[in-house]
Write a protein that binds this ligand. Structure first.
Ligand SMILES: [Ca+2]
Ligand SMILES: [Ca+2]
Ligand SMILES: [Ca+2]
Length: 135
């Protein structure tokens, strides 16, 4: 479905932005091993898998960092999204709320979990990052 594909592409774009934010925030060097470091940042309990909960929790942190005026809504000025993508995500109120934000993160996670075991291993995560980079 066209709508589904659009959501997927949007999810990837937003996630790319989020990951970029996280990397900047952590002040990581942009060289080899970066994917591993991003993975470790998201894997809170260090079991080598990113659970849906870990993924969502970290997305909420990113949301909070991006939400500069802390009104629990992202305006376009608070994101780096192109206008049309922002408009689609934000809906009629013109802002991205926490639930809309988590919905996108959720879609990206589901797409990345190739073997449907409810967690991303390093391999699935690397594939996700590669998708993001080639979008
Ligand atoms: Ca984990
Ligand atoms: Ca805000
Ligand atoms: Ca999996």
């Amino acid at each position: 479905m066209v709508a589904g594909m659009r959501n997927g592409a949007m999810a990837m774009m937003l996630l790319a932005m989020l990951i970029a934010t996280k990397v900047t925030a952590a002040d990581l060097p942009a060289n080899a091993g970066r994917d591993d470091k991003i993975f470790d940042l998201l894997d809170d309990n260090n079991d080598g898998r990113i659970s849906r909960e870990e993924f969502k929790n970290n997305q909420m942190l990113v949301f909070y960092v991006m939400d500069r005026n802390k009104d629990l809504a992202l305006t376009r000025a608070e994101t780096t999204l192109p206008a049309d993508n922002f408009a689609r995500l934000a809906g009629s109120d013109g802002k991205i709320g926490p639930l809309e934000f988590l919905g996108v993160a959720d879609a990206a996670f589901t797409q990345a979990d190739a073997n449907h075991d409810g967690a991303l291993d390093r391999r699935e995560f690397t594939v996700l990052l590669q998708h993001i980079r080639t979008e």
